[in-house]
Design a protein around this ligand. Structure first.
Ligand code: FES
Length: 500
């Protein structure tokens, strides 16, 4: 169990212990004995009644609750793509809020204490009534009951573990033939933690990050098939059939497993590092765009190398300039194919990619016009654009850092670009991308195309004229477009194809 999770657990268990004397006495006192305990009475009790015990306990309670909450929030926000940028602001907020709260309480408490010493307040109104002793006894009993419940839970767990190990144990074998015996009912991740075997788990066992994944070498057939949550995560990473999420699988028979992501604590601390990103640290929604020239070989034929290089350079400047103008990142240039990624918020990302496709399109048109006298045939480009999730991170090579992304979204963008040849158009954009950009496809030509490696057809819009894209982007933004689009070409199975 990572330190932060263990700390969160311990702090969480400590909260009722410290909260009961405060909240319990107020509630019981008010509900049963009609005690009027407002802020002034509580302040008096803390600063004058019990400054050596109740006051530090109350401060500690605030700190414990706050830290517990911050750990939980950090765990849930860390995978978001904006987290790294927002972290300094969030850290300031996390420090300022309790600091200001303490400052307020200290200021009020000191003022009250001075007033009491100067005898300038109505002490009768502030002092706890005699019945508060009965309330305090009831609260003490509640604290004891809570402690007894926690202790009995721990004891019962120990008995259950002993019983399960004795009568229902499961053997899990790790690499190097290291076999552990754990109570049946534990997940493989819990079993690793149980045995102290380091096991990556960026999302804390919630089935979202896939970093706990293991290859099942033996015993696959005896495992319960993956549920929907696990299936979704496995599908997203394109996992092989014998790969499972260790946090979701609870073996009841012996299994042999091989963890596939090796714990790298240093990398996991930097969500934008590539290693951590592979571990699910920075999975975000992105738009991927792939641009390529058709017939580039013929274009270079019969030209002097310098000439071809000049042409190529002009083309690359046009494409990369249009991508950067919309906040996109170039992730690779291979020959004349340019892959780029856009990743701001959902709508800005997809719209930025569409605008950048328009920029590339008009830039290449202008280039064709400029070079009309030199080119026997115009530069003919194809663009594929898709929107989906990907793991994004920096790859460092020597001194250079470059942004890269992993996932199916980039592959699909490249496949859609290939479809632009078949469909004899300039741009093929998935309806998922249009939907994310809040651009209606009602006025556009739509169809469903096969994507190699996918069982279902994908709904796409086919753009042959630049004007169509310009007009689509000028339309007022729509909320959802997928539901009201009818796709013109039916898929092979007679349906409208995959709803992406
Ligand atoms: S720990 Fe994240 S999917 Fe299992």
């Amino acid at each position: 169990m990572p330190m932060s999770e263990a700390a969160q657990l311990v702090l969480g268990l400590a909260i009722p212990l410290m909260l009961l004397p405060h909240a319990g006495s107020l509630r019981i006192g008010y509900s049963i004995y009609e005690m009027d305990s407002g802020y002034a009475q509580v302040l008096y009790q803390l600063w004058v009644g019990s400054p050596e015990f109740a006051l530090p306990r109350q401060f500690l309670l605030v700190l414990v609750v706050w830290i517990h909450g911050c750990i939980g929030l950090r765990a849930s926000l860390r995978p978001r793509y904006w987290y790294t940028r927002a972290a300094p602001f969030l850290a300031s907020l996390a420090t300022l809020v309790p600091a200001l709260a303490f400052a307020g309480v200290v200021s009020a408490g000191l003022a009250l204490r001075s007033a009491v010493e100067a005898n300038s307040v109505d002490l009768e109104r502030l002092r706890p009534p005699p019945v508060s002793i009965t309330v305090a006894e009831a609260v003490n009993r509640l604290v004891l009951i809570y402690v007894a419940l926690v202790l009995s839970l721990l004891v019962l767990r120990a008995i259950r573990n002993w019983h399960a190990r004795r009568f229902h144990s499961v053997a899990i074998t790790y690499p190097q033939r290291r076999t552990i015996t754990v109570p049946s009912g534990l997940s493989i991740l819990e079993a690793s933690r149980w045995a102290g075997i380091p096991h990556e788990s960026v999302c804390g066992g919630r089935g979202r990050c896939s970093t706990c994944r293991v290859r099942i070498l033996e015993g696959t057939d005896k495992l319960v098939p993956p549920d929907i949550l696990e299936q979704r995560t496995l599908r997203r990473i394109g996992a092989a059939p014998n790969v499972r999420l260790a946090c979701q699988v609870r073996p009841v028979n012996a299994v042999t497993v091989e963890p596939l992501v090796h714990p790298q604590h240093a990398a996991a601390n930097q969500a934008m590092r590539f290693d951590a990103a592979i571990g699910g640290g920075a999975e975000i929604e992105i738009a991927a765009m792939f641009v390529d020239i058709r017939g580039s070989t013929e274009l270079a034929q019969g030209r002097l190398p310098y000439d071809a290089l000049f042409l190529f350079d002009r083309y690359i400047q046009v494409v990369t300039g249009a991508i950067r103008a919309q906040g996109g990142h170039i992730t690779s240039i291979a020959g004349d194919g340019v892959m780029s990624v856009f990743g701001m918020d959902r709508q800005a990302t997809a719209r930025g990619a569409l605008k950048s496709a328009l920029g590339v399109w008009s830039g290449v048109d202008s280039l064709n016009a400029d070079l009309a006298s030199e080119l026997s045939t115009s530069l003919n480009i194809g663009i594929g654009l898709h929107f989906g999730t990907a793991v994004v991170g920096w790859v460092t090579h020597n001194e250079t850092k470059s942004l890269q992304f992993l996932g199916d979204t980039g592959n699909v963008a490249a496949k859609l670009e290939a479809q632009s040849k078949t469909l004899n158009c300039k741009l093929v954009v998935s309806l998922a991308a249009l939907d994310a950009a809040s651009v209606s496809a009602k006025t556009l030509e739509t169809t469903a195309v096969p994507i190699p490696g996918r069982a279902k057809l994908m709904n796409v819009a086919v753009l042959r004229r630049r004007l169509d894209l310009e007009q689509a982007l000028e339309q007022p933004e729509t909320k959802r477009t997928l539901e009201d689009i009818s796709v013109s070409a039916p898929s092979a199975d007679g349906t409208n194809g995959e709803r992406e």
